[in-house]
Each structure stands twice: as C-alpha cells, then as structure tokens.
Design a protein around this ligand. Structure first.
Ligand SMILES: NC(=O)c1ccc[n+]([C@@H]2O[C@H](COP(=O)([O-])OP(=O)(O)OC[C@H]3O[C@@H](n4cnc5c(N)ncnc54)[C@H](OP(=O)(O)O)[C@@H]3O)[C@@H](O)[C@H]2O)c1
Length: 229
C-alpha cells in the first residue's frame, strides 16, 4: 500500500446528503471556522485532486489561504500551496480556470488517451497532461502521483470522483462535514450516487473523530489501517 499516496477525502453535505443545489449558484455548506480547518488540512497535503466537473462548475482556487501556513510550508521547502490534480475523459477544460491560472504550483491533468493531444494543445505549459489510459484508472493515477513525490493527497470531490475512490477502496480517511440544513431537490448532486462500496451494514467504517465546528458537524472516518486514531 506504500505505492500510492495517503488519500484523504473531504466533503461537505447537507443533512439530506446533497453536496450542492441545482441552481447555477455555488452552494455554501461550510462556515468560516470549518473553511479554516480545511485550509489547515490542505496545508498538510502535497496535492489536492478534484474532478473536471468541479473545475468547470466551481472554478476553485485550491490555495492555502493562511499566510502563516504558507510561510510554514515555505520553511519546509514546499510551494505555498499543494499541487493540483484533476481527472478528465473529455479534456473539456478552460485554460483560464483558476485551477490553471492562480498560484505558483504544479498542476497535473490525468487525461483519457483519446483526448490527450487536444488537451496538451489547449493547456500548453499550464499543466502536465498525463496520458492515463482509457478510461482513466484512479488507482493508476495514484501510483503515478506517488512516483512524482506526492505522499499525501486530499480529494475534494465532486460526487463522481469521491464515488470512484470509495468504491475502489482507494481512500484512507474521510472528512464528512454536515451542514445544518436540507436541500430537498433530487436534481442536485449527492455526496455519492449508487455504487458498491466496501463499507456496508456488514462492514462498518470506523469513526475516529466527531467534532462540532460552529453550526456544522465534522465526522472523521478511518477507511484503512493507514489512518491513525
Ligand atoms: N460539497 C462539497 O464538498 C463539494 C466538493 C466538490 C464538488 N462539489 C460539487 O460536486 C459537483 C460536481 O460533481 P460531479 O460528479 O459532477 O463532478 P466531478 O466528480 O468533480 O468530476 C467529474 C468529471 O471528472 C472527470 N472524471 C472523473 N473520473 C474520471 C475518470 N476515471 N476518467 C476520466 N475522467 C474522469 C470527468 O470529466 P470529463 O467530463 O471532462 O470527461 C467527469 O465528468 C458540483 O456540483 C460541485 O459543486 C461539492
């Protein structure tokens, strides 16, 4: 199991399990204190992975915001923010997206073979486009990331990416934040959709922490033996 990074999944959901709503606006689920916790978790990772759907829909920055944490990373010889990683089959990515333009850090695009050429042309030197086969196997991508020196990876969604990492048993830890409201709209994305997951009523995941953070609740689940108590 040392041939892949330690993988930490992070997600915020409503009480009824939605990770967004069905409007065009970005739904805020976390609060300021929880965003600061997420910033701390990010600062402790070598890379952050989101799916191409999240890059398109949320246009996230994926930066470490705290100046003290950026300085602490710099003192350890690390870039101010972790590297950024995404997966795509289509290569339908906007080179102007903040994923590619904000901050000075490495960016990796694990791309299905058929779209590699056009994606390399599209992104130029903004990212390393890795030919990751067809379809892209997240387990292979993890092995490749380990070879590039990524020891600790935070996976921030969205639904499709989280589902694949969970179903394939590629996650060591899950941070699930529950926001104190309902979305109540089945057109919105849920934390994960249908799937065969290694944790079910006959094999329950281990809770290693429950914490109230202002008006949200964080539950930390250990999903492998690599996760410390
Ligand atoms: N609440 C939270 O914590 C949180 C966090 C992040 C995101 N979100 C929400 O999640 C939603 C997006 O979720 P989503 O499921 O639509 O998108 P997603 O998981 O972010 O990305 C899905 C896309 O990633 C690419 N992809 C994923 N796995 C792949 C594989 N094995 N091989 C090749 N390509 C792969 C594909 O891109 P192509 O289409 O380019 O082929 C696919 O369409 C948004 O509403 C966002 O706001 C919520």
């Amino acid at each position: 199991m040392t041939d892949r990074p330690y993988v930490l999944l992070s997600c915020a959901a409503s009480i009824d399990g939605y990770i967004d709503d069905a409007t065009g606006q970005r739904l805020v689920l976390s609060n300021d204190a929880d965003l600061d916790r997420i910033d701390e978790v990010r600062a402790g990772c070598d890379a952050i992975l989101v799916g191409a759907g999240t890059v398109r829909r949320d246009d996230p920055r994926l930066l470490v915001r705290s100046a003290a944490r950026r300085a602490e990373r710099a003192a350890r010889g690390l870039p101010a923010s972790p590297a950024r990683v995404t997966l795509t089959g289509s290569g339908d990515l906007d080179p102007q997206a903040r994923f590619f333009t904000v901050g000075d850090t490495d960016r990796y695009v694990y791309c299905a073979t058929a779209a590699v050429e056009k994606t390399r042309e599209l992104l130029g030197d903004r990212a390393t486009v890795v030919d990751a086969g067809d379809p892209v196997d997240p387990g292979w991508a993890l092995t490749d990331l380990a070879a590039r020196g990524i020891g600790r990876l935070m996976v921030e969604g969205g639904a499709s990416v989280h589902a694949q990492f969970l179903a394939a048993g590629l996650a060591d830890e899950l941070h699930l934040v529950v926001a104190p409201f309902f979305v109540g709209d089945s057109r919105a994305p849920r934390f994960v959709g249908d799937g065969r997951f290694p944790w079910h009523s006959g094999r329950r995941a281990r809770v290693c922490e429950v914490r109230q953070i202002g008006d949200v609740a964080l539950v930390r689940y250990a999903l492998s033996d690599r996760c410390p108590d």
